[in-house]
Design a protein around this ligand. Sequence first.
Ligand code: GLN
Length: 557
Amino acid sequence: MTTKYIFFTGGVVSSVGKGVTAAATGRLLKERGFKVAVQKLDPYINVDPGTMSPYQHGEVFVLDDGAETDLDLGHYERFIDIRLNKVCNVTTGQVYAEVIGKERRGDYLGGTIQVIPHITNEIKRRIAMVARTTNAEIILVEVGGTVGDIEGLPFLESLRQLRSDLGKENTLYIHVTWLPYIGATQEIKTKPTQHSVRELRSIGITPDMIVARSDFPFEKGLREKIALFCDVDIEAVIPMVTTNVLYEVPLMLEEEHVADYILQRFGLTARQEPDWSDWKWLVDETKREKPKIKIALVGKYVELHDAYMSVREALKHAALKHGVELELCWVHSTDLEKGQGWDVIKEVDGIVVPGGFGSRGIEGKIQTARYARTNQVPYLGLCLGMQLMVVEFARYILGDERVNSTEFDRSTPQPVIDLMPDQKNITDMGGTMRLGLYPCQLVPGTIAANAYQQDLVEERHRHRFEFNNKYRQVLSEHGMIYSGISPDGKLVEIAELKDHPFMLGTQFHPEFLSRPNNPHPLFSAFVEAVCKHAGVEYRSGEGEKPGAEPEPEVKEA
Ligand code: GLN
């Protein structure tokens, strides 16, 4: 079949769930038997979010091929259960870098380089690459920001051109807007939506569907009004009422027959009946009263929860599987250094130290690892969290508080975490990063191997520093186990401690591969250890999938 394209734009304000809407729509189509892919077009000038502060941007989501991308790609992968590639995130920076590079090489033969057609052609070339690299039949393309942003114009212009390039029957525009609620008069207002549609039309795009997010349900009359004023079919005005259960969104869109409308517009028919049993189970399970576990997330960007989006989601997936309610306690590692926040740490049943860069708050995280080790509290270290777990343990074993990672103390006499020798002469920051999928061999009998139930796994990386092999022997003599190593034996990928219920760190980021109905094995094993520590009733769920009538099981602490 001819490739079909669905373009998502945002109106009124950002942060109304455009990414989640695109992701959920992708799921609706996958459920009907179509191969889908999703691409995010980000209008900012950075080449990728890799160098941006998490405060600016939230988490950097890493793909199999090592692309550092927008966190919306995490939503796409989790909702649709697909693996995307680097062409699925395009930024203005990439587009201009490419065009300017060609201009410098003389590829344009002396022509004047302009936004239309040179920039827009490059954008369209990148959109076309998704079909080529993924073989998807339906491609969903989301433009970041909202209509009216100056930076977004070349992207919107490209999408406008694509309707005539590809044909009306192969393209569909979905505009995601916000309906504000005026407290004084208790009314939901459509005017901002009308204005943003007008703005969209002024650049030549007429939306085919409007997804109207609002905090309160609204009446048919309001739908009719939007349909009339914005010139879309009444059944193409989709109310999306705010829910605190993220994974309910596909079910909500299904109820509004979003996919049926899309397929009908494309002249397609569903190849199979959607099966929502897993998703319904997830939503019911989320809403059910469950025993509570408390986990502390000790980080540096904790004020912005989006900075740890995938970690939070992976913990939620695992908690759902085990039938417990997760209470996540956000702890700032610099507070711990000042003696604050320990009351929280002392209350929790488990601790996660996620990834991070730079020295701020490092000692607070090391103190956290010390607390977890000496108090037998389950600990999961992700990348930096693994490195600091190793630093803490080595300080204790070697009786030397100068032990460090050379990232934080270049001249430490005990560099237990260091750059690999072949990385040392590279000065370009990007050049030394280990990014994307790498294999990891599991050592039988370890916590990690028991969790995975596999010999060899591939996990996503994003880091510069590694476990220094000079310390392997001494630490292992005192109880550190290297439960995952690179197949050539050179790199420690997973470390865990003997004589501890669960103290495990990974050099990679398992959180990127967790799925709502298929939690990551290490997160699942960690949450199970947390449940035991908390002494709550939980479902052990071994070998069974959520949705397959899980049998509740009582465990002793
Ligand atoms: N800063 C550490 C490194 O570069 C850890 C990175 C991370 O946690 N992603 O190795």
